[in-house]
Design a protein around this ligand. Structure first.
Ligand code: SF4
Ligand code: SF4
Length: 684
């Protein structure tokens, strides 16, 4: 027998994701207080802990040996968890993660503090991250700025400790997530069962088994749980279904396996009284083996439209717990071909996962996925953000009215910027970042996981908004009106102007070159991020966003704090210097926005006039009077001037001549001038 000696408490940090529990290097004693030694449990990846007197005090498991919960990084949060014989979580410790936001930005201790809330709670307790409407639930605070990580961590600890509890018999599988079969008295047709997704399917080809004739299937297995009458009756017929159901004891179920193919899933060497060694089921740590005593042959299926199968069987799950509310796997073990017409005792192992459809089995309290829980947690924030974005869009939809008065559009702009900074930025902490753009590129090139993006509801909404609004009105709708950091620096300069703080601008020739810097930064970040996402995240700290809205700049490394202060001071003297020269996110949006359907209005006369050009802070108006959509921040000052009869020269001229015409006949020169002015005033 192999005894594992527990180490004294220490700091544990594995550089590579561990794949097996090892109490010599992992904090087993920390998560199972009182245990002084650990003994492996035969055939299981977890260990049992004993105190100094030799009494069993619980079990320890490494989460990623039993559950596959992907966190924000797409990788698991490897967590060592201890469970007492009462089914109580004794301790939990994260020993490895790849969460970018915790490697760069939010201190890692926040995750450890979050995990430290679990000891003392029962594994079967309903523990939710964020709010819950049920007073019996245990609510944990989210990790601000790392919501997805917190949700994934919660699921990791609960799923792993429950699976451990069920495996060692201290938790009843049906209590973990109670549910019930839907009872429809009428048997379904075969076609209906296919449509509803009643069957899992495990197909093993001849080629996979390396037999001489590689064509066709070795086995083609259809499997399901047949407790629900609409399924059981359709497969077994009324009488056999009633008979089999009468044999079930609490917690047991009927499993039906139908087989086609050149080989039998029951095995040619199957002996009566023995165990079916070619098939079994797996769920978490649990194996469900099938014995001869648990089996009845199933010949022709009762559903009239059912196809013929080579063989079939009904099994009672006496060989281990099976929870119909969660995914389970059918495992087929196929003997290796020995190359001489026979088979060896070496096995190929094949798995197929299945989950029963909700038309057959429902959980009494449906489990929310990480992204669903995130939306539930942020529902009010999402609503508030949606209303705010609707307000911004309305300003642009109704721009003939909103820009008709220069003061009106300025006021609306200022209101929007204030909400952007204090609402979206400081309150919601929903500042979009270039790292999301980089993650998008990475996902498109590697593995697409839309849940990853949907798990950050506010950021997700902002990106949808930015994508659609930018196509129509340009990126200025986001950058100019909503972006928390951009609007903060805009407001900063407005205050500086009120305080008569002088302006500093680069000379034109330097500005023209410097504005390309942001594109270089973006183009450099993309390959670096794809090569090493953590390094990419670190370099993306060129964005001062985290130091502004997530982690106070004064708590960060000196160079990040210094960078933040430098940008802040620069923004007092210069209009949005970060946006105009450095921001890689703005650069990405600008590239996307080389075209827009509806920019600020322009007249033929704009080429000869510099009124708008002089007032355009980001210098987006070209010498020919056209607007560069990549530079424009959609402040709409120029459109207000465009409509302003006291400011726009052709409108002033037309108005003057029309007033004159009302009292006297215009001279030929005046008429020609009026024609010219009307031409000048035409929209481009
Ligand atoms: S350029 Fe960058 S910081 Fe500026 S408004 Fe746009 S996204 Fe925000
Ligand atoms: S003034 Fe400049 S930034 Fe503002 S809308 Fe016109 S072109 Fe765009």
């Amino acid at each position: 027998m192999c005894w594992v000696v527990a180490p004294a408490a220490a700091q544990y940090r594995h550089d590579a994701a561990p794949t097996a529990l090892d109490c010599e290097t992992m904090p087993c004693t920390e998560v199972l207080p009182g245990a002084t030694r650990f003994e492996p449990v035969e055939g299981a990846p977890f260990v049992q802990g004993f105190d100094a007197t030799g009494a069993a005090v619980g079990w320890v498991v490494l989460s990623n040996t039993v559950v596959d919960v992907k966190a924000y990084s797409g990788k698991p949060l490897a967590t060592v968890i201890g469970l007492t014989p009462d089914g109580v979580i004794a301790g939990a410790r994260v020993i490895h993660h790849s969460e970018p936001v915790l490697l760069v930005g939010i201190p890692e201790r926040k995750l450890h503090e979050f995990v430290a809330q679990y000891p003392g709670h029962r594994a079967i307790d309903t523990i939710v991250v964020g709010e819950s409407s049920d007073p019996d639930d245990v609510s944990l605070d989210v990790i601000s700025g790392a919501t997805v990580t917190a949700l994934a961590q919660n699921k990791t600890i609960l799923d792993a400790s429950r699976a451990l509890g069920v495996a060692v018999g201290v938790i009843d599988a049906s209590v973990v997530s109670p549910g019930h079969f839907i009872n429809e008295p009428t048997a379904w047709s075969w076609a209906r069962m296919i449509e509803e997704g009643v069957f899992g399917r495990l197909t093993v080809t001849q080629a996979q088994m390396e037999v001489p004739n590689p064509r066709g299937n070795f086995v083609d297995l259809w499997f399901t749980i047949a407790d629900a009458p609409q399924v059981g009756r359709a497969l077994l017929g009324d009488n056999d279904y009633a008979f089999e159901m009468g044999l079930l004891e609490p917690g047991q179920h009927l499993v039906v396996i139908l087989g086609n193919g050149s080989s039998s899933y029951k095995g040619s060497a199957f002996v009566r009284g023995g165990i079916f060694d070619r098939v079994h089921m797996e769920q978490g740590f649990n194996d469900v083996v099938f014995r001869d005593l648990d089996y009845h042959n199933l010949g022709r299926l009762a559903a009239p439209d059912a196809p013929r199968f080579r063989e079939g069987g009904v099994f009672i799950t006496r060989g281990g717990p099976l929870d119909p509310g969660h995914p389970f796997e059918l495992v087929f073990l196929g003997s290796r071909y020995n190359g001489q017409g026979g088979f060896t005792r070496d096995f190929h192992e094949f798995h197929a996962e299945h989950v029963m459809p909700t038309s057959v089995y429902v959980l009494d309290r449906p489990e929310l996925s990480i992204w669903q829980q995130a939306w539930l947690n942020h529902r009010y924030g999402a609503l508030a953000l949606g209303l705010y974005l609707l307000f911004v869009v309305s300003v642009f939809i109704g721009r003939s009215w909103t820009t008709a008065d220069p003061k009106r559009i300025k006021r609306l702009h200022t209101i929007s910027m204030l909400i952007g900074v204090f609402g979206v930025g400081f309150a919601m902490k929903a500042q979009p970042s270039v790292t999301q753009l980089l993650t998008l590129v990475d996902s498109l090139l590697h593995e697409w996981r839309w849940e990853l993006f949907a798990s950050e509801p506010l950021i997700f909404l902002l990106w949808i908004f930015t994508f659609i609004a930018s196509l129509i009105w340009g990126r200025g709708l986001f950058c100019g009106w909503v972006c928390p950091y951009g609007t903060m620096t805009d407001l900063l300069r407005l205050v500086a102007i009120k305080l008569h703080i002088p302006e500093f601008e680069f000379p034109e020739r330097i500005h023209e070159k410097a504005r390309f810097l942001r594109y270089f930064i973006l183009l450099a970040l993309i390959p670096i991020f794809l090569w090493d996402s953590v390094l990419g995240e670190k370099l993306a700290e060129i964005e001062p966003f985290k130091s502004t809205f997530l982690v106070p700049f004064w708590t960060r490394q000196w160079y990040l704090a210094g960078w933040w202060i430098l940008l802040f001071v620069w923004s007092i003297f210069t209009f949005r210097p970060f946006c105009r020269y450095i921001c890689p996110l703005g650069a990405g949006l600008a590239i996307f926005n080389s075209f827009r359907f509806s920019g600020p209005r322009r007249r033929n006369f704009c080429e000869s006039c510099t009124i708008c050009t002089r007032n355009c802070e980001p210098k987006a108006i070209r010498p020919d009077g056209t607007i560069d959509p990549r530079e424009c921040l959609s402040c709409m000052d120029c459109e207000a001037s465009y409509r302003n009869e006291q400011q726009c020269p052709p409108l002033i001229g037309i108005e003057r001549l029309l007033t004159k015409q009302a009292t006297a006949k215009l001279s030929t020169h005046d008429e020609e001038r009026l024609l010219q002015l009307r031409d000048d005033a035409k929209p481009r």
